[in-house]
Write a protein that binds this ligand. Structure first.
Ligand SMILES: NC(=O)c1ccc[n+]([C@@H]2O[C@H](COP(=O)([O-])OP(=O)(O)OC[C@H]3O[C@@H](n4cnc5c(N)ncnc54)[C@H](O)[C@@H]3O)[C@@H](O)[C@H]2O)c1
Ligand SMILES: [Fe+2]
Length: 386
């Protein structure tokens, strides 16, 4: 596959080794991070794919072993984390390679966060609320090298992991400022084998991050700029990778957009994510795909607060028709990617909307929504997505 992707070394917000084939540097990066016995954490499906074997071969050839933990579910939960911690401790590991989509990346980060903390500290005590992270001992967090294999969540450049509580079926964002990977290897070639619907859904997650960050009312001009350009990259390249999975240039642009989305969303997320998290937790739907389903309805819900800035974004993106044109472009993109237009198509039941509404209102993403979310308007928003 030919391409025009230059190799680059970026350090905003962590060191990013960006370029086709840079997975070859995995062992060197482990050594540079002081990791002699890495545990590669990924999900079950990825564990059987050649890209994972390739990564393990690179480690083994450098005498770093080929230890892997892959009992990671989509929307990973605390049981996956506990199982991984057992394997990590039993193997005497000294660092994690978080390898995968958001599920493998986040679970790898959770293992690194919790493997050496004192007994009695629960991962739920570290939810991204106020300064709860100070309950953890920052010095006991194991080093993480992140290797994304999807282009969507941006977890590779983030300090949080999303973990589902398998008892309450709630998705929680677990945060620690020192949970940032030491280094991230962004190799677009790793993403070419994604199933088509995962390419679509993860790409829409990157768009959701950029869009919600861009619309969030909080002051953060740097994030604003990154979010806007991230949206442009998605609009231009997501249809391209969907039609031509082997287009490495477009894959690289999507990988950038994913990382940019996660950098930008320190400005805030909003109702797309606060609706999508409970749906993912209750129905085990794919996160980015769920975001895409609710995206146009959330834009309409927020219209009075965001119309001006969406018009500016539309002008920058070359989309005619202002706010309505922008919404139409999102619906066109979603249709092109084969993503459903209604939550009912994902199995969401009208009988559970009250429960989902309560869960959405508890989600911290609510705080970044431009319009205040109340029980009434959130219930109505859910209903409009059915
Ligand atoms: N930490 C964050 O900031 C953050 C942000 C958004 C979402 N998330 C979380 O990330 C998770 C979703 O992550 P995701 O959308 O990347 O999906 P995922 O990690 O669940 O992966 C989806 C599927 O794609 C497969 N896959 C991944 N890469 C592949 C490849 N290169 N080739 C073939 N198959 C591949 C996986 O095996 C899996 O079956 C959710 O739990 C979500 O809540 C986290
Ligand atoms: Fe997301």
């Amino acid at each position: 596959m030919t391409h025009n992707v230059p190799n680059r070394n970026w350090s905003y917000p962590t060191a990013i080794k960006f370029g086709v084939g840079r997975i070859a540097e995995l062992a060197d990066q482990c050594k540079a991070a002081g990791i002699a016995k890495p545990l590669l954490v990924t999900d079950k499906a990825l564990a059987s794919l050649p890209i994972t074997a390739q990564a393990l071969d690179i480690l083994e050839a450098a005498d770093l072993g080929r230890a892997v933990f892959s009992e990671v579910d989509p929307n990973p939960n605390e049981q996956n984390m506990q199982d991984g911690i057992k394997v990590y401790r039993a193997g005497g590991h000294d660092g994690v390679i978080a390898f995968g989509g958001g599920s493998g990346l986040d679970l790898g980060k959770m293992i690194a966060l919790m493997a050496h903390q004192r007994d009695g500290l629960s991962v739920w005590d570290l939810e991204d609320i106020d300064d709860w992270y100070t309950r953890a001992d920052a010095d006991k967090i194991a080093p993480v090298i992140a290797v994304p294999t999807t282009a969507g969540t941006g977890s590779e450049v983030g300090r949080a992991g999303v973990l589902t509580n398998s008892v309450t079926h709630k998705k929680k964002i677990i945060f620690h400022p020192k949970l940032m990977p030491v280094v991230t290897i962004c190799d677009p070639a790793l993403t070419v084998g994604m199933p088509r619907f995962i390419t679509a859904g993860t790409g829409m997650d990157a768009l959701a991050h950029c869009l919600e960050a861009y619309c969030s009312p909080f002051y953060h001009p740097m994030s604003q700029g990154i979010a806007l350009e991230g949206m442009r990259l998605v609009f231009e390249n997501l249809p391209q990778v969907y039609d031509n999975p082997n287009d490495l240039d477009a894959r690289a642009h999507m990988m950038s957009a994913a990382a940019m989305g996660a950098v930008a969303f320190q400005k805030g997320l909003g109702a797309i994510h606060s609706l999508s998290h409970p749906i993912g937790a209750v129905y085990n739907t794919h996160h980015g795909t769920t975001n895409a389903v609710v995206m146009p309805m959330v834009l309409a819900f927020n219209r009075s607060a965001i119309e001006d800035r969406i018009e500016k974004a539309a002008a920058y993106l070359g989309i005619a028709g202002g706010f309505d044109g922008f919404c139409a472009a999102i619906m066109d993109l979603r249709a092109k990617l084969g993503i459903p237009a209604h939550l009912t198509a994902m199995g969401v039941e009208a009988s559970r909307l009250d429960e989902l509404t309560e869960m959405a209102l508890e989600d911290p993403s609510c705080g970044g929504n431009p319009i205040e979310m109340t029980r009434e308007n959130t219930r109505a928003l859910f209903a409009s997505c059915m």
